[in-house]
Design a protein around this ligand. Structure first.
Ligand SMILES: [Zn+2]
Length: 67
């Protein structure tokens, strides 16, 4: 699962009521739809719980074993 990773940009969620982008850096990660803050992840918008985070040390260990 690679949909969630750190983002170089702020949240790109469009707030239709306020006619502006969110632009928050609060916990922003990259999703398939673009960078989103904690309040505007695809699951948060859908009212669902967030997926668990990927564990970076385990992934690094696996790549070391493979090499
Ligand atoms: Zn946002």
């Amino acid at each position: 699962m690679t949909a969630i990773r750190p983002s170089p940009d702020p949240c790109q969620h469009w707030d239709g009521a306020e006619q502006r982008r969110c632009d928050s850096w609060d916990g922003v990660r990259m999703y398939i739809i673009g960078p989103r803050c904690l309040l505007h992840t695809p699951n948060a918008i859908a009212g669902k719980p967030e997926a668990p985070e990927v564990d970076p040390p385990k992934r690094r260990h696996l790549s070391v074993v493979r090499n």
